[in-house]
Design a protein around this ligand. Structure first.
Ligand code: MTE
Length: 304
């Protein structure tokens, strides 16, 4: 049922980052930007006000040291180990139903896209959440470059599987490589964002460097890290967690506080850092952007 409600980011004034802190942060980011451009990294981009998250930013030290990255291990402490994943050279294969299947180098790709910063909320299916400034470009821009055929209905993201750097790949329990997917209309949505930076710096390996996706209206497991292959297809892919436990994790995985995980409630979420518990919102508060995508899909399991 659609009811009139505040947009997710319209929250009480008391919860918004004070302006002085924002100005300070901008100053720091501008300095970081100048530095990284001088260093040839060009990770800094202008923040896009359309995507203001309406929550305090999570402190960087928490967002970059509490991670899910099963290719390394299944604890949250992968940040040291993940440095073993080399970030360059890095290529992305474009395969399947597209005009010209090919492999592109990430730096060549970066020359063809317009980058920006977006502050997004991120809600893990495990009921923790963070709010972070990603840098990157819309997936829509990548779709234009890839030129999928009109008959393609899904896009699949396959992520790095480097056995020398990633000890978790030796675990036979998991159906490697990690794979996630979207319907094409979801992929074309304004919110779907290819991430190359975090806090104005290249996104660190533990957060999915050098190229990940951010889909803030879906549970975090949809946001594949360290992408090496993008395939266009007319068949819905079996995604990583769906393959492991289909009764608990599905293809759509949209955030909904009213639909519990079989083993825990999704009504509230814990903010990384403060550990404050706050109510979870449908589509993680991004319903104005994405609710329309699901109008014709009501018979699907949209929220697991
Ligand atoms: N991508 C890969 N390749 N491997 C993973 O284990 N974990 C997912 C997602 N992407 C994962 C992945 C899960 S469960 C979450 S919640 C987010 O990454 C975590 O992103 P973060 O560590 O940047 O917060």
């Amino acid at each position: 049922m659609l009811i009139a409600r505040r947009r997710g980011w319209e929250i009480p004034e008391s919860r918004v980052t004070p302006e002085s802190a924002m100005l300070n942060r901008r100053g720091l980011l501008a300095a970081a930007g100048a530095l990284s451009i001088a260093g040839g990294l060009k990770a800094y981009a202008e923040p896009n006000p359309k995507f203001a998250a309406g929550r305090d930013l999570t402190e960087e030290k928490y967002a970059t040291t509490y991670n899910n990255y099963y290719e390394f291990n299944d604890s949250k402490s992968v940040s040291k180990e993940a440095q073993a994943l080399s970030q360059r050279p890095w290529t992305i294969k474009l395969e399947g139903m597209l005009k010209d299947p090919r492999t592109i180098d990430i730096d060549d790709l970066m020359k063809q896209v317009q980058t920006e910063e977006r502050i997004y909320r991120h809600r893990c299916v495990e009921a923790w959440a963070m709010t972070v400034p990603w840098t990157g470009f819309s997936l829509a821009q990548l779709l234009k470059i890839a030129e999928p055929l009109g008959s393609a209905t899904y896009v699949v993201f396959e992520t790095a599987s480097d056995k020398t750097a990633m000890p978790g790949l030796n675990s036979p329990f998991y159906p490697w490589p990690y794979q996630e997917g979207l319907a094409m209309d979801e992929a074309a949505n304004d919110l779907a964002f290819m991430v190359t930076g975090l806090w104005g710096k290249p996104v660190p390996p533990q957060n999915g460097g050098p190229l990940r996706i951010a889909l803030p209206w879906k549970y975090g497991f949809k946001s594949a890290k360290s992408i090496v292959k993008i395939t266009f297809t007319d068949k819905r892919p079996k995604t990583f967690w769906e393959g492991i436990q289909p009764s608990e994790y599905g293809f759509w995985a949209n955030v909904n506080p009213a639909v519990s995980h079989p083993r825990w409630s999704q009504a509230r979420e814990r903010l990384l850092g403060s550990n404050e518990m706050v109510p979870t919102q449908i589509y993680n508060g991004y319903g104005d952007f994405v609710a329309g995508l699901y109008e014709g899909r009501k018979s699907e399991k949209l929220f697991m």
